[in-house]
Design a protein around this ligand. Structure first.
Ligand code: NOJ
Length: 521
């Protein structure tokens, strides 16, 4: 798999028309930058028409573009401009739920016997105690219809009833519409939730999941598209079933073990460095995917978690070093790399002074449900640590007033360290994280061993470092990733080709905190 994917959160990437909100023309203006970074695909988070309760994951019309992001012809131009540069477009597909403003839901809530009445799950009384991911019961009473409906996320995001064949057909048509537009792939939102087992204790992994995924992507028209499913599954056999080529379901899926290991839980930091745990998880997954029957998705950041660098590295004393360490630790592994906007120049989480500074529905609900039971300071600390808004603040292109994102006040404040941590400052620095990313990507693209070679870990459980090899035929790379202390590590043989500390070939000294080096040969 030769893809290297860059994830764009459209609201926060680049604003071309001065309304303080990122847009599609803003993305187009940055394509040459992405080409310079070396990525060859873009995953675009939802840009469909939406009331934006969950920033676009509440879709009101799968076939039109949100007015604040542009028009359908802007989207077509984006596809053309990407293709001109040999880049692919991976669209976010949200099949589990719609917005309550989607026409299907508006019709569905009207009565118990209209053509849309079974598009969602309606019940007279909640059959279970399922909770919404955004706090509170997942069942909401609707006064118009006089019944409860299911919403795994916000109340404004009702879950679609996939057991209704008409819903399956509608979503097939949505996928086909994207394919006809020229979209090259889909990232599928919470795909594990589209089939439900109401007797079960979770609203995911229902009995018809495989059938429904196959209905979307196993057809003649859709078999060629790239697919990556968001799937909170840790059962390896189940994952293999989803990704087996012969079953025509998904090409790969996001697996979250390593992401969760970066903190105690979403809102609380780990009490000691999680890098050892993360190394062990990576080793486990590299070994599991060794037989080429499964493609691993390599990622450290996305739009749903604070920057990994803030959770796993040292964003105060060794920001650039630890950003590069994390990158080398992940992006020379076997699999498909995904890079989240801003990560490539060492972006970190922000400080939010007040609950009014947050925009994210999950963070605000978390706060509202706990305020008064936990001290204000403690609560702010938790949301500052875990809020998705950390990664949704505008990309800091430079140190200007609105960090080069917009000419107007952005919909959410720029990152709190934007004056110091921004792309322009990074490129001007001799410790540029961006340049390090370019080198890693270049190495990946030019080496079959990095893309397809075998993986072997050379470090043991007790070590405070991760050393691994990637080998294909006569080509061999050894990647040394030291964690947060000084370590004595045997210098690998071969030519030193990459270092985040200006280490020289003859330097045999101990590895410094967050030092990484790559040897070839
Ligand atoms: C997962 C998405 O990544 C997240 O941003 C969204 O809030 C939920 N799914 C609901 O669509």
């Amino acid at each position: 798999m030769d893809l290297i994917v860059y994830q764009i959160y459209p609201r926060s990437f680049c604003d071309s028309n001065g309304d303080g909100i990122g847009d599609i023309c803003g993305i187009i203006s940055k394509l040459d930058y992405l080409a310079r970074l070396g990525v060859n695909a873009v995953w675009l988070c939802p840009c469909y028409k939406s009331p934006m309760i969950d920033n676009g994951y509440d879709v009101a019309d799968y076939r039109s573009v949100a007015a604040e992001y542009g028009t359908l012809s802007d989207l077509k131009r984006l596809i053309d401009e990407l293709h001109k540069r040999d880049m692919k477009l991976i669209m976010d597909l949200v099949p589990n739920h719609t917005s309550d403003e989607h026409e299907w839901f508006k019709q569905s809530r009207k009565s118990r016997d209209n053509p849309y009445s079974d598009y969602y799950y309606w019940v007279d009384s909640p059959p279970n105690g399922w909770q919404s991911m955004f706090e509170g019961s997942a069942w909401e009473y609707d006064g118009v219809r006089g019944q409860y409906y299911l919403h795994s996320y916000a109340a404004e995001q009702p879950d679609l009833n996939w057991d209704n064949p008409r819903v399956v057909a509608e979503m097939q048509a949505v996928v086909d519409y994207g394919v006809d537009l020229g979209v090259d792939g889909f990232r599928i939102d919470v795909i594990d939730q589209i089939s439900k087992d109401f007797e079960g204790n979770r609203n995911c992994f229902g009995p018809r999941l495989h059938e429904y995924i196959n209905a979307l992507f196993g057809r003649e028209k859709t078999r060629h598209v790239f697919t990556v499913g968001e799937c909170w599954c840790d059962d390896i056999d189940e994952i293999k079933r989803h990704c087996a080529e012969s079953r025509h379901e998904l090409v790969t899926l996001f697996q979250f073990d390593h992401l969760m290991a970066g903190s105690a839980d979403k809102w609380h930091s780990a009490d000691n460095s999680p890098l050892r745990r993360i190394r062990d998880i990576l080793i486990k997954w590299q070994n599991l995917t060794a037989k080429n029957d499964l493609i691993y998705s390599i990622f450290t950041d996305n739009h749903d978690n604070n920057f990994y660098l803030s959770r796993v590295g040292d964003s105060k004393n060794y920001r650039c070093e630890s950003a590069m360490l994390i990158a080398a630790m992940f992006y020379l592994l076997k699999g498909v790399p995904f890079i989240y906007q801003g990560q490539e120049f060492g972006s970190v989480g922000s400080q939010f002074a007040d609950i009014g500074d947050f925009r994210d529905v999950e963070s605000v609900n978390y706060y509202n449900n706990r305020v008064g039971t936990v001290s204000h300071e403690r609560l702010m600390e938790q949301i500052n640590f875990g809020s998705r808004d950390n990664v949704r603040r505008p990309v800091a292109w430079n140190g200007g007033r609105y960090c080069g994102f917009s000419t107007a006040k952005p919909w959410i404040a720029p990152p709190s360290r934007a004056h110091e941590i921004n792309l322009a400052a990074d490129i001007a620095s001799d410790k540029s994280v961006f340049r390090f990313y370019c080198r890693l990507i270049n190495l990946r693209k030019s080496s079959d061993a990095i893309r397809y070679g075998d993986f072997r870990s050379l470090s043991g459980n007790g070590d405070d470092y991760f050393v691994y090899e990637r080998v294909l035929g006569a080509e061999r790379y050894t990647v040394v990733c030291n964690f947060d202390s000084v370590s004595q590590i045997e210098i690998p043989r071969g030519e030193l080709i990459l270092s985040n500390y200006n280490r020289s070939q003859s330097d045999k000294s101990d590895f410094r905190p967050y030092e990484t080096a790559v040897y070839r040969g």
